[in-house]
Design a protein around this ligand. Structure first.
Ligand code: FAD
Length: 337
């Protein structure tokens, strides 16, 4: 396998920030995965695996080895009248896996249509959208320990999946290479139209849900009309996580901010981070080459030529001002490298 030096990562992260990797290589097949663990650069240097680069911020050059995951393959492991287990190799594009499932009329990931990135990136933050989460369909994650190369299968309970969180983003951060993911999808119709925006879209467009394609099509239409395309303007989707508070804290906040926006989700109260950011006057603001999107306060953008440091500084300013006004601490969803 080829190792390149001083490799430009600008096109490998959707924020489009310029950063260089001291060493760079690609994984294209099983053989290269085996070779990787014996590479001197792999053993000696610090390292990071990269999928679609849609959830990373390179704050500086990477002084080590960047490994781009392009390992592919999707297979049906087993099925009965009700369910199907699908195993996908981690370098598959997530949306290609959604299309594969939707084509087979399998229910479970149609609401997660068009989320950028790879299958391997999906469990890292338990991707979620339009009322669904990976957690609901994940069976297991296969991963290699990057120190000794041993393989481990993480059952879904061992992945500690939470809101945009997992053991791979937390306790075991940077310690495993996710090589494959197995999902359990349903042959029995299980339409999930709990998310209001999706339900409204289906109603307004007189779409009756008969198969997963109906939901997938609606999600694609909504996402395409709402979310900024990284090919047009550099971004990583939602830059911060939403904030969850208890009843007491909400009541406290309502004293100073009676108009505060919130949603009750199961036992918790969610305050949209975008609303908090907007209230602090950040929406549409630009500082140098970076800024906050004009329509989406939760999306930080690179207008072109922006550096990771500029984005890091902007993110910190936003965190500070939200804290000063509301006493709430925003946490980035994006992984700072
Ligand atoms: C326009 C836009 C919209 C988005 N919308 C959503 C959304 O609706 N919901 C949502 O949840 N997310 C959303 N995201 C965020 C992003 O798409 C997801 O987090 C995605 O799963 C990241 O996958 P990736 O392959 O690009 O990961 P990368 O950005 O390449 O990596 C992210 C992290 O995972 C690690 N990683 C990646 N692959 C592996 C692997 N094989 N093994 C171990 N570690 C690995 C990396 O080291 C890094 O720390 C959006 C992003 C954009 C740009």
């Amino acid at each position: 396998m080829e190792i390149q030096q001083n490799y430009d990562l600008t096109k490998l992260n959707t924020l489009g920030v310029s950063a260089h990797a001291k060493f760079f290589t690609e994984l294209n097949n099983e053989q290269e995965l085996k070779e990787l663990f014996d590479l001197a650069e792999f053993k000696q240097e610090k390292k990071i695996f990269l999928g679609g680069g849609s959830n990373v911020l390179f704050t500086q050059d990477f002084d080590g080895l960047v490994i781009l995951n392009k390992l592919k393959g999707i297979e049906i492991l087993e099925e009965n009248n009700q369910e199907v287990s699908i195993r996908s190799i981690s370098g598959e594009i997530w949306h290609d896996l959604v299309s594969f499932s939707v084509d087979k009329e399998l229910w479970g990931i149609e609401n997660l249509s068009l989320i950028p990135g790879t299958v391997g990136g999906a469990p890292v933050q338990n991707i979620g959208a339009y009322g669904a989460e990976l957690k609901n369909v994940l069976e297991n994650v296969e991963a290699y320990n990057i120190v000794d190369g041993s393989k481990r299968i993480f059952a879904v309970e061992e992945c500690a999946l939470g809101y945009r969180d997992s053991v791979f983003k937390n306790k075991l951060k940077g310690q495993y290479f996710i090589s494959a993911v197995t999902l359990k999808l349903s042959k029995i119709p299980r339409p999930n139209i709990s998310y209001k925006l999706l339900a409204d879209y289906l109603k307004e467009n007189n779409i009756e849900v008969h198969n997963p394609r109906d939901i997938s099509g609606a999600v694609i239409a909504i996402r395409s009309s709402k979310l900024p395309d990284p090919a047009v303007i550099g971004n990583a989707g939602s830059f911060f996580k939403n904030v969850f508070v208890n009843d007491e804290k909400l009541k406290d906040l309502q004293k100073s901010f009676p108009e505060i926006k919130y949603f009750k989700e199961q036992e918790q109260i969610k305050i949209p981070a975008g609303w908090l950011i907007e209230q602090c006057g950040w929406k549409g603001r630009r500082i140098g080459n970076v800024g906050v999107h004009e329509q989406h306060a939760l999306v930080l953008v690179n207008y072109g030529g922006g550096s990771g440091k500029e984005l890091e500084n902007l993110a910190q300013k936003i965190i500070d001002s939200v804290y000063a006004k509301f006493g709430l601490k925003l946490v980035p969803e994006v992984n700072f490298i």
